[in-house]
Design a protein around this ligand. Structure first.
Ligand code: DQQ
Length: 466
């Protein structure tokens, strides 16, 4: 990377400082997260030539603590004339008989390929007989055929491939293999209905969670998860929800670590125009690593991994503050664009309450994290988050689904252009904001329609990882 680009990236007030992102240029889906010899490896869809989606490679990074990352050489690049000549699309990484192995999608057409590493994942050899799955199952009219996600089951490998059946709905197609080379199609693991979950399921993730199985799919919109029963051939969904209530989080991938945690990252998309992304020299990042679990009532749980606490710096604590309707400046001179906030708020008789962040002193810019009590809806209102009219400024959010709510804990991470919120460890909500003013840093609590109460609020300044 040349010095001019390095300087530009270092000066960019929107570039996150403690989320994972590549040294420069484009990133989209997380790929093949895996723990190997005690370290966490992350790969990702990457265009090393610019901040736009083209010429997909697999970028690569490693971490000891899930927080600090070291960039490694690009793992996979398209081979001219090969089945991946037009791009190395998403996939997974597993250890087969001790050998790190990547399954990925080559395009065009979409086929599944294998690459292996014999030097602790520094370089990768593509299997000379690629593709290992050369076409979708015969007789199926599919809307796509990509993004293999593999796991070990007994003495064989299973893989699901993201797909969809024309006119029917998104689908996850199930295969098995003993060697990652020869694959047998077993049938659809699960088929959705177009009107409920779209025509194509990208990036399926399938894994046991507590006593259930979870299937997460990316249907060109918000990422859907299903919880249900798996009989070894098919998955029967019983409940469903959204992995993130916003519109920034997409195409997640996950691993099971040696502490038994199911840890997931998603791609956080930009909400700036294409020209702005190219001009800035970077686009896209990963969410914080999120641990998924089941609550005792059977609902999906989601929380940031505790390792992130090592980034905590200066701490402030507030307790027992009444928030009168319309009141402001309750949290005093609290300011920042790299903060962790844990605020537990009792709704009282407020109809809506929450936190204001990235507020300019004259309120010309601000983003509002709000919970609407009657609608049970968690949202981030970014309509006034920037004076820049070229960025997307809108309200994002969805039904949080909490009934009889007594307190709401908003666990918020501000990292420059990222607002990542975890609510009662039951939902996540992410948004991108691009304030133009250097003083759009204020934080406050608010209530509408009645009074709420901040029971406690802890705030830390966060350190950067890069
Ligand atoms: N991104 C990849 C595909 C996947 C999509 C291409 C999801 O493999 O389906 O960059 O964002």
């Amino acid at each position: 990377m040349d010095q001019a680009l390095r300087d530009k990236l270092a000066r960019d007030p929107h570039r996150p400082r403690y989320h994972f992102l590549p040294p420069a240029h484009w990133m989209n889906d997380p790929n093949g997260p895996i723990q190997y010899r005690g370290e966490y490896h992350l790969f990702y869809q990457h265009n090393p030539d610019g901040a736009y989606h083209a010429n997909m490679h697999w970028g690569h990074a490693v971490s000891r603590d899930l927080v600090h990352w070291r960039h490694l050489p690009i793992a996979l690049a398209p081979t001219p004339g090969g089945p991946d000549k037009d791009g190395i699309w998403s996939g997974c990484a597993v250890l087969h008989e001790g050998v790190p192995s990547i399954l990925y999608t080559g395009v065009h057409p979409q086929v599944q390929c294998l690459a292996r590493s014999y030097d602790d994942m520094l370089t990768w050899q593509k299997y000379p007989g690629n593709p290992v799955i050369a076409a979708p199952p015969q007789g199926l009219r599919v809307t796509g055929f990509r993004d293999p996600f593999a796991w070990r089951e007994g003495d064989e490998w299973r893989v699901v491939i993201g797909s969809g059946l024309e006119g029917v709905g998104g689908a996850a197609l199930l295969y098995r293999s003993r060697d990652l080379i020869h694959w047998e199609y077993l049938g659809p693991l699960c088929i959705g209905k177009i009107e409920e979950s779209g025509k194509m399921w990208e990036c399926p993730n399938f894994f046991p969670l507590g006593a259930k199985h979870a299937l997460a799919v990316s249907p060109y919109g918000k990422v859907i998860y299903f919880l249900g029963e798996y009989d070894g051939r098919t998955f029967r969904p019983e409940t469903r929800g959204l992995l993130d209530l916003g519109e920034s989080f997409y195409a997640p991938n996950c691993l099971l670590d040696n502490k038994g945690r199911r840890i997931m990252w998603g791609w956080l998309k930009e909400a700036r125009g294409k020209e702005a992304q190219i001009a800035s020299g970077w686009s896209g990042l990963h969410s914080l690593p999120r641990e998924l679990f089941l609550h005792p009532d059977g609902a999906l749980g989601v929380r940031p991994v505790t390792e992130l606490q090592v980034l905590r710096g200066t701490h402030r604590h507030f307790a027992d503050l009444a928030i009168a309707p319309g009141a402001s400046y309750l949290l005093g001179d609290l300011r920042g664009d790299m903060l962790e906030i844990i605020a537990t708020i009792a709704p009282g008789d407020a109809t809506e309450f929450g936190l204001v962040v990235r507020r300019a002193p004259d309120e010309s810019e601000q983003a509002i994290i709000a919970y609407g009590v009657a609608e049970r809806r968690l949202s981030i209102n970014g309509e006034h988050s920037s004076l820049d009219e070229t960025v997307t400024r809108k309200v994002v959010g969805d039904i949080l689904g909490l009934t009889g709510l007594k307190e709401l804990t908003l666990h918020v991470f501000l990292d420059r252009s990222v607002i990542e919120v975890y609510a009662n460890e039951r939902a996540a909500l992410t948004a991108r904001v691009y304030p133009t003013r250097a003083d759009s840093l204020g934080v406050d609590a608010f209530a509408v329609g009645g009074s709420a109460r901040v029971l406690s609020c802890d705030v830390w300044e966060m350190q950067g990882i890069w």
